[in-house]
Write a protein that binds this ligand. Structure first.
Ligand code: IPE
Ligand code: IPE
Ligand code: MG
Length: 259
């Protein structure tokens, strides 16, 4: 979707948003925003609620983010929803998350279709409960023709594992004589990652203040701009996304060249 001043003003109506909006350059929004949705547990703890309540509340922020991304004309959103390290959490919390995915994918299908959102899942299938994987595969199939925004869900995702999987695939081709080692270059590696065909993120957002990547898209974020906010994920709003994008637009992306 190509936003206009009018369409943006109709969506961002709050006074604090309007001030930011006046600074936004419509033609220069990031093409791909990747988000480390962190802070669900802290959000729940602040309210004396179980962690599961924080994860449930986080769904609303995903909905708000996708709707806002569409309004801004962002083409790709990747959301870190479960890392390959998150299996270290108590089984009860993992179970809640795995069944929450199924529930939400089923409930939100109509809305995904209405908004024109294409869902893709990245990560290793192993260990993910079959019902959860099946719900994602069904959603991928049902939304495959949508073109407004691609929503990539990182599930049982680890950046290092992704690079290992790509390396294995490339090594297998080399061993099979399909590929000569001299043909291995950055483009070829990229095309063997889970994100093959997806542009690298321009902007990485992490909520709730932690200053680390936690094994997220290690190869792809080589030159991404980072934006970290204190907002806990369930409280993340269109205002926060707008703040991130306006801040992103103030950066000088040099890619190693001199300015
Ligand atoms: C992020 O919130 C959601 C997932 C990792 C699934 P957390 O659950 O990590 O929340 P905090 O960091 O404990 O507050
Ligand atoms: C990163 O958050 C993973 C997701 C948001 C899914 P974590 O809460 O797992 O990260 P750490 O443990 O603080 O690095
Ligand atoms: Mg966390």
């Amino acid at each position: 979707m190509t936003p206009t001043r009018q369409s943006l003003e109709a969506f961002f109506t709050a006074k604090k948003d309007r001030e930011l909006l006046s600074q936004l350059r419509i033609a220069d929004v990031p093409r791909h925003v990747a988000i480390i949705m962190d802070g669900n547990g802290r959000w729940a703890a602040k309210r004396g609620l179980p962690r599961a309540a924080g994860h449930r509340a986080g769904v609303k922020a995903v909905r708000e983010t996708l709707a806002s991304a569409i309004e801004l004309g962002i083409g790709y959103v990747t959301a870190y929803s479960f890392s390959s390290e998150n299996w270290r959490r108590p089984a009860e919390e993992v179970d809640v998350l795995m069944s929450l995915f199924v529930e939400v994918l089923e409930r939100e299908l109509d809305s995904l279709q209405r908004l024109g959102i294409r869902v893709k899942v990245i990560g290793r299938e192993d260990d993910v409960p079959p019902e959860t994987m099946a719900a994602f595969r069904r959603t991928e199939k049902n939304t495959a023709a949508n073109e407004t925004l691609t929503f990539i869900v990182a599930l049982n995702y680890g950046g290092r594992t992704e690079i290992v999987d790509a390396t294995r695939a490339i090594a297998a081709k080399a061993a099979g004589g399909i590929l000569d080692p001299s043909e291995v270059d950055e483009l070829l590696v990229s095309s063997h990652l889970y994100t093959a065909g997806v542009p690298d993120p321009d902007l990485v957002i992490r909520t709730s203040g932690e200053m680390r990547l936690s094994n997220f898209l290690l190869w792809q974020v080589a030159y991404s701009e980072l934006w970290i906010c204190q907002t806990l994920w369930p409280d993340f709003s269109r205002h926060d996304l707008l703040r991130a994008v306006v801040d992103y637009q103030s950066r000088d992306r040099r890619f190693g060249a001199s300015s």
